[in-house]
Write a protein that binds this ligand. Structure first.
Ligand code: ADP
Ligand code: 3PG
Ligand code: MG
Length: 400
């Protein structure tokens, strides 16, 4: 059934609680947190501006990083509030706490069209636990709820799911609608051959979806830190590469399942390795034959792997890419990621890029406008394409 949309709501004069995904990539510059790519913030603007134009008081809720229930200053959303201010040309009040007196007082003084951003919802353990008390505390701050955080819609947390029990109406935001249209309605089923490229660092999050994706994809290409786990599972030495030791059995199982199903499952045949993760550090190429020596670690896919992956990409009709193939933030380790971005740009297939860091890589390569669709969701877009219902969408009100 269809979900209620922002456009169905009467928001005039109301306090509208909007869950957004402001989990943007950042880096430290002169001791300060700088946003390196603001795509997710910009993509939330249509919803924020629609609400402001319709006389709503806009109260934004978001998470940033994984502070695990602790109020850790480096995960404060303050820099995001400052940045949002520059984008909407209207003050953005920042509430130093997520719930309770501090936000209540700010909200009591809001006028229609005003915007407040609450402190990181993950400063409270109740957020990820989807705790009812915490959800209720959040719900008290508004009259209606809008979920525009597509990138976090695969999480059943208090601000993405639990809260809907305690508000009268809950609707999809404009970004949420756009993402679902492109990734669900237009891609069901994907034109074949369907190639999935997976990398990045959130291995334990993403490795689980591979099995389900094998029912849909014709080939799966692995890169990034995830590749190390597969190398290790195959008995290849990985030196001090980043590995998820508790996923080795799962990795072996996936390799077996791929064989049984006739899915092409490609892991790198070579890798760029270094002893030191910094620009200018000496590198060399390791292969499946040599493995990675002790003290060295894999930081990018190697040239032979890039070539094999390019061939797969050239034959595809739908390509989903989530997760950089190497530590692309450091130019010496970015070749694999940028070569794959270029191969996608050159392809005639429907190309979908998901994930905060992957999108950053594509933008840095200057290739964003060559892609069919850039999603703000990483894990969320994977789970959606895998066929799962996203908890953050399921929890919204039905459209009657
Ligand atoms: P996305 O945001 O696109 O969903 P992730 O958050 O899972 O992707 O991972 C992105 C991060 O993965 C990047 O910051 C990149 O530096 C890191 N990464 C890629 N390859 C490796 C590797 N071999 N070892 C360690 N980190 C890696
Ligand atoms: C993301 O960056 O993929 C989303 O914001 C979700 O973040 P999480 O993986 O920490 O839940
Ligand atoms: Mg990321």
């Amino acid at each position: 059934m269809a979900k209620l949309s922002l456009r169905d709501l009467d928001v005039s004069g109301k306090r509208v609680l909007v869950r957004v995904d402001f989990n943007v990539p950042t880096e430290e510059r002169d001791g300060k947190i700088a946003i390196t790519d603001d795509t997710r913030i910009r993509e939330s603007l249509p919803t924020i501006q629609w609400l402001r134009e319709h006389g709503a008081k806009v109260i934004l809720m978001a998470h940033f990083g994984r502070p695990k229930g602790q109020a850790i200053e480096k995960y404060s959303l303050r820099p995001v509030a400052d940045h949002l201010h520059t984008l909407i040309d209207h003050p953005v009040a920042f509430a130093h706490d997520t719930i309770g007196k501090i936000p209540e007082e700010i909200i009591a003084h809001m006028q229609p069209g005003d915007v407040t951003l609450l402190q990181n919802v993950r400063f409270y353990a109740g957020e990820e636990a989807n705790d009812e008390m915490f959800a209720q505390e959040l719900a008290r701050l508004g009259d209606v709820y809008v979920n525009d955080a597509f990138g976090a819609a695969h999480r059943a947390h208090a601000s993405t799911a639990g809260i809907t029990k305690f508000v009268r109406q809950s609707a999809m935001g404009l970004l949420m609608e756009k993402e679902l249209k492109h990734l669900k309605d237009e891609l069901d089923p994907p034109a074949k051959p369907f190639v999935v490229i997976m990398g990045g660092s959130k291995v334990s999050d993403k490795i689980g979806v591979i099995k389900a994706l094998m029912q849909k994809a014709n080939s799966i290409l692995i890169g990034g830190a995830m590749a190390n786990t597969f190398w290790k599972a195959e008995g290849i030495n990985v030196g001090s590469s980043r590995v998820e030791a508790d996923k080795l059995d799962l990795a072996r199982e996936l390799l077996d399942v791929a064989k049984q199903r006739g899915v092409e499952f490609l892991v790198p045949s070579d890798a760029v390795v270094t002893q030191d993760i910094r620009a200018g550090a000496p590198t060399k190429i390791a292969s499946v034959q040599t493995g990675v020596e002790d003290g060295w670690q894999a930081v990018d896919v190697g040239p032979a792997t890039v070539e094999r992956y390019q061939q797969q990409i050239a034959g595809a009709r739908t390509i989903l890419w989530n997760g950089p193939l190497g530590i692309f933030e450091i130019p010496d380790f970015s070749k694999g990621t940028f070569a794959i971005a270029q191969a996608l740009a050159d392809s005639d297939a429907t190309t979908i890029i998901g994930g905060g860091d992957s999108v950053t890589a594509v933008k840095q390569a200057g290739l964003a406008d060559k892609m069919t669709f850039i999603s703000t969701g990483g894990g969320a877009s994977l789970e959606l394409l895998e066929g799962k219902e996203l908890p953050g969408v399921a929890a919204l009100s039905e459209r009657s």
